[in-house]
Write a protein that binds this ligand. Structure first.
Ligand SMILES: *Cc1c(COP(=O)(O)O)cnc(C)c1O
Length: 398
């Protein structure tokens, strides 16, 4: 026989949250997948949008909303959504707004997986693509077809840090009625706000500088037109591209220090670029605000003098010198990511650009001695000293 007084003591029923007149200062982490309602009527009102509430976390949850509202504010946008990764953001923008028969133009130095999405995945669904050099408006214009529906660009290319002709591309897109999607990961809203320059959609890999601690995998996507946003959000929810509460919670925490981190990292990057340029054994330094950068004038005009946290450089001596450099830079993580609070170093020839032939790499200026640095917030003198030692080790290895 069941004793009804015992049923309230089962472990299975959730214990009520303790009442409290005080509230937590920190945003609570809310991992609940499902949300209970009081009645079918209340659920109806919720779905009709008459009252606000959550139902199922793939469709939305408080931590995603808090994070998305913060990035909306940074971008001067409204109604953006948090998604599971930067690639989920690119995918949601494309699959939400494109249909079979459309044509897309992409920058020829996009993030590697975006290149693969363009060249291998979209064509399987009847969407054709052309890659073109976004620093050359003539090349972009020549790629336009009657069915071109979208252009996807990154303002700063990886790893050669070239600056796209954003004004030219935005004017072309406006004139031809083509949607302009800007991946603002490298630039961040501090250096560039795409909606102020004619973009229709902004995507971010929040994983990188915005979250900033290499412990959350996340993306964000926002469209200027609410109808476009509805299409993107619908696709993201249906295809399961949306974000987990824990990652949103971590990324939100990271954002509180974003301004401080970005300012410190950018100052460090400018100092490190100048230091590297003066070292024997360094054959080339790329940093957007240096006068010897190929797009220096455009960087000054577009980015308001903010060079960002990325520096690329080249040492002589091929793979042997490259190995000596990463081994000597023992306190700097040799890892193919960017935007961490600490400095990381990557070697495109063996990582992001390994699929290209040596000849193809050479045409975009990536040799075995080419490195990309994501500069962090360590003391600048410490970074300059460590890179000085690493470059010296590379030089003496050959
Ligand atoms: C890393 C990155 C992406 C992809 O982001 P994930 O969060 O790794 O999926 C997209 N675009 C750019 C420019 C990136 O650096």
């Amino acid at each position: 026989m069941t004793d009804s007084s015992k049923s309230s003591k089962t472990l299975v029923r959730r214990t009520p949250w303790p009442g409290s007149v005080s509230r937590p200062v920190v945003t609570p982490l809310q991992p609940s997948v499902v949300y209970r309602s009081d009645s079918p009527d209340q659920l109806d009102q919720q779905y009709a949008g008459d009252v606000s509430g959550f139902t199922y976390s793939r469709e939305g949850h408080p931590n995603a909303s808090v994070l998305a509202r913060k990035i909306d504010m940074m971008e001067g946008a409204e109604g953006g959504i948090a998604v599971a990764s930067g690639m989920a953001a690119v995918t949601a923008a494309m699959l939400g707004l494109l249909r079979s028969g459309d044509h897309v133009i992409g920058g020829d130095q996009l993030y590697g997986r975006s290149l693969r999405l363009m060249s291998q995945d979209l064509p399987r669904f009847g969407i054709t693509t052309t890659l073109a050099d976004p620093t050359d408006i003539g090349a972009i214009e020549a790629a336009v077809q009657d069915n071109t529906r979208m252009i996807l660009v990154e303002v700063v290319s990886n790893p050669t840090l070239r600056i796209a002709d954003m004004e030219g591309i935005a004017a072309l897109a406006r004139e031809k009625g083509i949607l302009l999607v800007v991946d603002n990961t490298f630039t961040t809203p501090t250096a560039y706000r795409p909606f102020e320059h004619g973009a229709d959609v902004i995507v971010h890999s929040v994983t990188k500088l915005l979250a900033g601690h290499s412990d959350a995998m996340l993306g964000y996507v926002v469209a200027r037109d609410p109808a476009h946003q509805e299409a993107i959000t619908g696709t993201a929810v249906t295809m399961g591209l949306t974000a987990s509460p824990f990652d949103c919670w971590l990324a939100e925490r990271g954002l509180y220090s974003f301004d401080l981190r970005y300012r410190a990292a950018s100052e460090n990057a400018a100092a490190l670029a100048d230091h590297l340029a003066g070292l024997a054994g360094v054959s080339r330094v790329l940093y957007p605000t240096r006068p010897d950068h190929p797009d220096h004038n455009r960087a000054t005009a577009l980015l308001g003098g903010q060079g960002g946290n990325m520096v690329s450089f080249e040492v002589a001596g091929g793979r042997a010198a490259a190995n000596a450099l990463t081994l000597a830079a023992e306190n700097i993580a040799f890892a193919p990511t960017l935007g961490d609070i600490g400095t990381t170093l990557s070697h495109p020839a063996s990582s992001s650009h390994r699929a290209l032939s040596a000849q193809e790499r050479a045409t975009i200026g990536i040799s075995e001695g080419f490195f990309r640095v994501s500069v962090g917030v360590e003391p600048a003198e410490m970074l300059c000293k460590e890179f000085g030692q690493a470059v010296a080790a590379a030089a003496s290895s050959t």
